[in-house]
Design a protein around this ligand. Structure first.
Ligand code: CU
Length: 128
């Protein structure tokens, strides 16, 4: 038992009303189920969407949390069983209540470059 906050990839995207409870269950394409709990030392046995189970829970003293890791079980390739690009991430309190959630958004390199160029052009337009 730990006191960190778990976070998972859930099946459905967050609806426009922001209801984290409408995101369904964890991404679990192989029907592993929630029990037994995921063991971080054998991530290959965990639910695909149980990212805190595989990589550790959210620990934060100041409200900010950032983590970087490789996950070999999720897919960013559309139309594959473990694809997460059209799903959501949900953060839970230790009592499992859903405290926050958000959707993934696919961004291509070209899209990022266009946004950056637009920002630069906007800055130039503001000058006299
Ligand atoms: Cu969850």
């Amino acid at each position: 038992m730990h006191c960190g906050m778990d976070y998972h990839i859930h099946d459905n995207p967050v609806p426009k009303d922001g209801n984290c409870y409408a995101t369904g269950g964890h991404l679990d394409p192989y029907k592993r189920g929630d029990q037994p709990p995921c063991n971080t030392t054998v991530p290959q046995t965990c639910q695909v969407g149980d990212i805190s189970g595989k990589h550790g829970p959210v620990w934060t003293a100041d409200g900010n949390f950032e983590v970087l890791y490789r996950d070999f079980f999720l897919s960013n390739v559309e139309d594959t069983i473990a694809f997460f690009g059209n799903r959501s991430v949900v953060v839970h309190l230790p009592d499992n209540k859903r405290i926050n959630c958000g959707n993934f958004h696919l961004v291509s390199d070209g899209e990022e470059k266009k946004k950056k160029k637009k920002k630069e052009e906007a800055k130039e337009d503001q000058g006299c």
